[in-house]
Design a protein around this ligand. Structure first.
Ligand SMILES: [Zn+2]
Length: 393
């Protein structure tokens, strides 16, 4: 099923659910008499074409009674406990206008449907995340970012034949080959084929990886989600060996593997969906209200971005090892980069990236490094075997 059709289906489910529930449970005439006040409140919230009874009756008193009965039966000998518990819950729910209850139910059910629909597992790390964007849209956004970067770096990109371009391209090729090899090996990394929930790798199929060297003194590497990587020549002043440069490139590839860009946009989409729901069902919320909310939300997302950086470090570490580069250089690389950017303890709380020290510490953990070294040793043996085979031929 195409992503668009899936999205339409999910939206229809959410739209229809509220009306289905209200129509099903509106047959109790007692409710109409008992909830006159509630019905009056509903008129202002819902469209006039539907029955008032249906709007209020989905949470019927009959259901409350069944709750009481259930409570008394399960708490035999403790009637006071069961009665007071259910009564207070019923009372609390009655305080919410039925129209609002219906909206909240839609939001809740909608949230669950969308979450299940967008749930994916990340290769290597095995973490679950929710992606609301189709892969086509992610790549389109990636291509737009790429076109923007190409304009920004116009006249600064080194030609393909430049020795720095040749060197960096060769390193990037090693990392991409390691990724392709890893995706075929279901056991590589804790996320692949783990516990029966297979990691999502479809977004990496047919990705057109390319790397560009930008002639500028900044110490920088970045990636577009369509597989285009940029490294600045300033990076080579800090990271001198192939293994160090490979660490930076593998980190960028790690972001694409984990779909961090799509995840970040998806988190913002939740707020946009909520805003549209409020606009449609409660009141017309203006930009003067939403703008500070979006800014505050962006600030709240910072810890998730730092977590994603650490995850790209980890995926990058495994790719580095699988490509035959010594993973033990990676912690030193992040320490070096941290010094360049001027590490401060505040980075761990206020920046988009965690401090270099924290990143180095995470990768130096015995369990993490042992996993990377295991992959590295296997990879080195395979490379040696391949070299021996080539020399014999
Ligand atoms: Zn990063």
């Amino acid at each position: 099923m195409g992503s668009l059709r899936k999205a339409k289906l999910a939206i229809n489910v959410i739209r229809n659910l509220g009306s289905k529930i209200s129509t099903r449970s509106c047959r109790n005439p007692v409710l109409e008499a008992n909830n006159y006040q509630l019905k009056q409140q509903c008129v202002s919230v819902n469209s006039p074409s539907r029955s008032n009874i249906s709007r209020v009756s989905w949470y019927s008193p009959k259901k409350f009674n069944s709750f009481h009965t259930f409570g008394r039966q399960t708490h035999k000998g403790r009637p006071f406990l069961s009665r007071s518990y259910h009564s207070s819950r019923a009372h609390a729910l009655n305080l919410i206008p039925p129209g609002l209850r219906r909206i909240l139910l839609r939001v809740l059910v909608g949230g669950v449907v969308i979450t299940i629909w967008g749930l994916e597992r990340i290769p290597y790390s095995g973490r679950f995340h929710v992606i609301l964007l189709s892969e086509d849209l992610t790549r389109e956004i990636g291509e737009n970012t790429f076109n923007g970067k190409m304009k920004t770096y116009e006249g600064k990109i080194l030609p393909e034949t430049h020795p720095e371009s040749v060197r960096v391209k060769s390193i990037a090729n090693d990392i991409i080959k390691a990724l392709e090899k890893g995706l075929k090996n279901e056991k590589l990394g804790s996320g692949l084929g783990y516990n029966g929930f297979k990691a999502a790798t479809y977004h990496l199929e047919g990705l057109d990886w390319e790397i560009f060297v930008v002639n500028e003194p900044t110490v920088r590497a970045s990636v577009c989600y369509s597989g285009k990587i940029f490294v600045s020549t300033g990076l080579f002043d800090v990271l001198r060996t192939d293994a160090e440069i490979a660490t930076a490139i593998a980190h960028e590839v790690g972001h694409v593997v984990a779909r961090h860009g799509a995840e970040d946009i998806s988190k913002k989409l939740w707020l946009i969906i909520l805003k549209n729901m409020v606009k449609r069902w409660i009141f017309d919320i203006g930009d003067e209200i939403t703008k500070p909310i979006f800014e505050a939300y962006d600030f709240l997302l910072l810890p998730f971005r730092r977590r994603n950086e650490m995850e790209a470090d980890y995926i990058g570490l495994l790719l580095l090892a699988s490509a035959g580069y010594d993973p033990q250089v990676a912690p030193q690389v992040y320490e070096k980069l941290g010094k360049v950017s001027g590490d401060s303890p505040l980075d761990d709380y206020l920046a988009t990236h965690p401090s270099g020290k924290k990143r180095a510490k995470a990768l130096s953990q015995a369990k993490v490094m042992a996993e990377a070294l295991g992959i590295y040793n296997e990879s080195r043996s395979n490379i040696l075997l391949e070299m021996m085979r080539m020399s014999v031929i």
